[in-house]
Write a protein that binds this ligand. Structure first.
Ligand code: NAD
Length: 382
């Protein structure tokens, strides 16, 4: 069987880290029977410069013909003053999310033991470990609710947005969180503001019903998912006070946006944070268990370090591991990449963003080489 991956490197450090992520993916897939092709497309500022728009038709077509998108990052000072719909992030990322109905954003947050000193939290907190997964609803809620706008004049002039969720939207993201919980520690925390917002009272009710149905089907106690509810204000405190208490967090769009950015500092650097955005559409030729998805680092194009060769490639590399897991069910290849990253950190490889004062650093290329070497060594041992 042959699979196609659209590779959209974008701007800034995007192309610098993407080239290594693709090499590493190819290496990790060498023993797979199915063949993979990697097709590059222009996106963001690079696409504006070449084609006049951030998401050219050819790029969209390439994505439609593929089963997954590996995305770098877009934007930078050069395009900052364009009208907002023409700007790289708004003009490329949002249309891609909408076009492919990327409704579920998955953001793993792991603090590797070797990077504890890079985490701003006290050692008494980090010693319990941080390994959580934030699942954010990405296409609904207050960011898309209607009506929205401005009206009136003078003292009565007002602006408004609408926070709204349908049963279908809540059920499908809750199911995604349940599936993810089932292969983890089976503890799900649903985040809401049910003490104030009617939409969140409904959110809590539908999450309860979905979890109850799921647990009825999965009768054995070991498969049951334990559900708790937490108000978003408390969750934002608990993430700092006791992140080890969380396994999977289920959030609506806005709360997930805020909490996932808060959580991104827990891993020590943005350069370590990967993400997956999964589509409502299952991939053709699959048994229905693999989804179209877009995979990207949590950080942006980092113009402050562009061209210096010091960007941490791990976020992009770990995003490619998520791609193999969620869009192709290539668990072995995905684990091969994740283990190689762990080994590189264990052996002391540190890019500048995750190095302590006085610690020896490696550049982007050297970090990627170290990870590649670990994949090769792993194969020899096997
Ligand atoms: P940023 O994430 O690009 O950078 C924030 C800080 O984190 C910088 O100091 C940067 O050097 C550092 N950083 C980020 N990734 C790193 C990595 N892999 N290795 C080492 N250090 C890393 O955020 P910003 O500076 O606010 O935004 C820069 C541009 O990126 C803007 O144009 C913004 O619109 C765009 N942006 C794009 C995306 C996206 O493509 N998904 C996301 C966020 C921001």
């Amino acid at each position: 069987m042959s699979h196609q991956i659209a590779v959209l490197a974008g701007d800034g450090i995007g192309p610098e880290v993407m080239t290594h992520a693709v090499e590493i993916m190819k290496l990790s897939l060498q023993e797979e029977s199915s063949s993979f092709s990697f097709e590059e497309g222009k996106v963001g500022g690079a696409a504006i410069d070449q084609c006049g728009e951030p998401l050219p038709k050819e790029t969209l077509r390439l994505c439609e013909e593929s089963q997954a998108i590996l995305f770098g990052s877009v934007g930078g000072p050069k395009w900052e003053n364009l009208p907002s719909e023409k700007q790289p992030e708004r003009g490329a990322l949002l249309p891609l999310r909408k076009h492919f109905e990327l409704f579920a954003n998955l953001r793993p947050v792991i603090l590797y033991p070797e990077l504890v000193a890079s985490c701003p939290l006290n050692h008494h907190i980090t010693k319990k470990g941080i390994d959580l997964l934030i699942i954010r609803e990405l296409t609904g809620g207050i960011y898309f609710g209607k009506p929205r706008g401005r009206e009136g004049k003078g003292e009565e002039e007002r602006a408004f947005d609408t926070m709204s969720y349908t049963r279908r939207e809540i059920e499908r993201i809750a199911l995604m969180a349940l599936e993810a919980s089932s292969s983890r520690r089976k503890k799900l925390t649903s985040i809401d503001k049910a003490n104030v917002l009617s939409s969140m009272v409904f959110w809590r009710q539908v999450v309860n019903e979905t979890v109850e149905r799921y647990n009825q089907v999965n009768q054995s106690t070991s498969e049951k998912i334990a559900l708790e509810h937490m108000y978003v204000d408390n969750a934002s405190m608990q993430l700092i006070l006791c992140p080890s208490r969380f396994d999977v967090l289920l959030c609506g769009n806005m709360f997930g946006d805020i909490l996932s950015d808060e959580a991104s500092v827990l891993g020590g650097s943005l350069g370590m944070m990967c993400s997956a955005s999964l589509s409502a559409v299952c991939n053709k030729e699959s048994d229905g268990s693999t989804r179209f998805g877009m995979y990207e680092p949590a950080g942006g194009s980092a113009p402050d370090i562009e061209g210096k060769g010091i960007a941490n490639p791990i976020a992009q590399i770990l995003s490619s591991a998520l791609l193999l897991r969620y869009s192709f069910r290539k668990e072995d290849a995905s684990l091969r990449i994740e283990n190689a990253v762990r080994s590189a950190l264990r052996d002391g490889a540190r890019t500048k963003d995750i190095a302590q004062k006085g610690e020896k650093t490696v550049n982007t290329f050297e970090m990627a080489q170290e990870i590649q070497k670990n994949i090769r060594d792993d194969r020899i041992r096997a």
